[in-house]
Unconditional design. Structure first.
Ligand SMILES: O=C(O)CCC(=O)C(=O)O
Ligand SMILES: [Fe+2]
Length: 199
């Protein structure tokens, strides 16, 4: 892979292919992207169904895409907005770094420590067998937890910092679950962008 950023950290976990780029975006671009996305995104709070019960998602989201394809998960169907200039600029950099073209970007806004994202894998049918997910973090740093589905001794915690990129591909989603846990600490807002290929 092309080395466009100073540092790349290979997690080297079994049954996975995960790379972390702590300083993917320059500080000034990370700062301005956070401010713009915070303001210009039509954030919505969706409800998901789990075992027939309806829950408000503990975060706000928005879906962007260039192919108009809806994205379904947990009995929820999201329709994409058209990409903004702010997102296109980041998308270009992500695509150059990963040598991959993404169709869609799911944005998450974690307003504070009470917002979270429960254990899951990004394994929806529309993503294909070994999906590549490129995840950009802006604002408040938050812990990202990984746990292996079958070998309970395999776990990893990673602090996702402002301006970083986390790349998951290969068998990662098949073998591992991930989450952003809640924290009782008084913390600020975080925006996460996950670029995906939705077919
Ligand atoms: O916020 C994050 O870093 C993770 C988001 C995530 O896992 C998802 O949207 O599928
Ligand atoms: Fe995910």
């Amino acid at each position: 892979m092309k080395r466009l950023v100073p540092e790349e950290i290979y997690l080297n976990l079994p049954d996975s292919d995960i790379v972390y780029y702590p300083d993917f975006l320059e500080r000034s671009e990370a700062d301005s992207s956070f401010d713009l996305l915070y303001k210009e995104t039509p954030w919505q709070q969706d409800h998901i169904s789990v075992f027939g019960k309806r829950y408000a998602q503990p975060r706000l989201t928005a879906l962007y895409g260039n192919n108009g394809k809806p994205y379904s998960y947990s009995n929820l169907v999201m329709l994409p907005h058209a990409y903004t200039d702010t997102l296109l600029k980041i998308k270009k950099k992500v695509e150059a770094q990963t040598e991959t073209s993404f169709t869609s970007c799911l944005l998450n806004l974690y307003r504070n420590g009470q917002d979270s994202n429960g254990w899951h894998a990004d394994n929806e049918k529309e993503l294909g067998k070994h999906p590549i997910i490129a995840s950009v973090s802006l604002g408040q740093e938050r812990f990202f937890h990984l746990k292996h589905r079958t070998d309970k001794s395999l776990k990893q915690k990673l602090l996702l910092q402002h301006g970083s990129l986390l790349l998951m591909k290969g068998p990662t989603q098949e073998a591992w679950l991930h989450q952003i846990p809640k924290t009782a600490k008084p913390i600020g807002a975080r925006i996460n962008l996950t670029f995906r290929i939705i077919t």
